[in-house]
Ligand binder design. Structure first.
Ligand SMILES: [Zn+2]
Length: 207
């Protein structure tokens, strides 16, 4: 069915990406950084990296992906400018840091955030994860402290379970058949609940 775009815009019910407002803010910030560093002013070339953080809960690393790539490309382009090559103290490397795995509601959620930061922000050798506390958490103690309960949005639970199962497959980590079946059922229950499919019988294949 065709929809009236004006009507959608008026009612503000057209689709927006997740974290729409954050994306708008960081787009402006990234443009400002790019404008700043690509001018042939020596003092401006003393900047040799960026560091970003956000409220992690509800704002996944992919929100920053486009801007990280944009700045990385700006830096690459800058190296081709003759005025930049002639600077005595031009920086051969450009560092990128992203703070992740500091604030999370479940270990899997935090690990997924670290994984997403590396992947979507394309952090390379020399890139840095800020804090990444989740990497040093002892699961047994963590869940004991939380009395073995997890409080998460259903959407995040679904994403976590799917991520866990697929990464386990990719990295050849074995999960017992019982646990796998339990996770599949859990994911399907949420998926059905969210109204994406009518019943569990419709085809979803996890592996
Ligand atoms: Zn931090």
């Amino acid at each position: 069915m065709l929809y009236d775009k004006k009507e959608y815009v008026k009612k503000e019910c057209y689709l927006r990406p997740r974290n729409f407002y954050v994306r708008n803010i960081i787009r402006k910030q990234a443009r400002a950084i790019a404008e700043y560093i690509k001018e042939p002013v020596k003092s401006r070339q003393r900047i040799f990296g960026i560091d970003a953080c956000s409220m992690e809960i509800g704002c996944r690393p992919e929100t920053y992906a486009t801007e990280y790539r944009y700045i990385r490309q700006t830096v690459k382009n800058r190296r081709t400018f003759s005025w930049y090559k002639n600077l005595n103290d031009n920086f051969k490397s450009w560092g990128m840091t992203y703070h992740v795995g500091e604030d999370f509601l479940d270990i899997i959620d935090g690990l997924r955030a670290v994984d997403e930061a590396v992947k979507f922000l394309e952090l390379e050798k020399g890139g840095r994860l800020g804090h990444a506390l989740v990497l040093g958490i002892a699961p047994q103690e963590y869940y004991e402290l939380k009395r073995f309960s997890v409080c998460l949005r259903k959407q995040d639970c679904l994403d976590n379970v799917i991520w866990l199962m697929f990464r386990a497959l990719e990295l050849n980590v074995s999960i017992s058949t019982n646990y796998r079946a339990e996770m599949e059922n859990f994911a399907l229950d949420i998926y059905v609940y969210m109204g994406r499919i009518r019943s569990k019988r419709e085809k979803i294949i996890f592996c």
